[in-house]
Design a protein. Structure first.
Length: 124
């Protein structure tokens, strides 16, 4: 395959990824955890009562873990945004790899110098 067409295929793939990136929607980092609590039922001693589920969104802000309680409907919306963030990161990873290939294909590297050994051999 000629060099130009290989570069063109890389750029086309990159452009498709960039278009997908633009359609992702809201993004959030973090994790949603569903929690339930089991305690002794005050109305029926000796039996357990389950409370919940409760939803918590946890993420890092300035190196510290932050936890926020969410409603069930909020948890669904936030989870979609978290899933979008993961898709975005996957696309960006591929875009970075393609960018490297494109840059390598379109630029010339440093020319290597002849070693001193080779220069000395040529003088004798």
């Amino acid at each position: 395959m000629p060099k130009g067409s290989s570069e063109q295929l890389l750029r086309q793939r990159y452009d498709r990824l960039a278009a997908r990136l633009g359609k992702i929607g809201p993004v959030l980092q973090g994790t949603i955890t569903e929690r339930t609590i089991e305690r002794e039922d005050p109305a029926a001693p000796g039996k357990q009562k389950t409370y919940g589920p409760y939803y918590q969104w946890t993420w890092k802000r300035r190196g510290k873990t932050v936890t926020v309680n969410l409603t069930a409907s909020q948890a669904r919306v936030y989870q979609k945004a978290i899933d979008n963030h993961r898709k975005m990161e996957k696309i960006l990873k591929e875009m970075r790899a393609l960018s490297l290939k494109i840059c390598e294909a379109t630029t010339e590297g440093v020319k290597k110098r002849k070693s001193k050994k080779q220069n000395n051999l040529g003088l004798s």
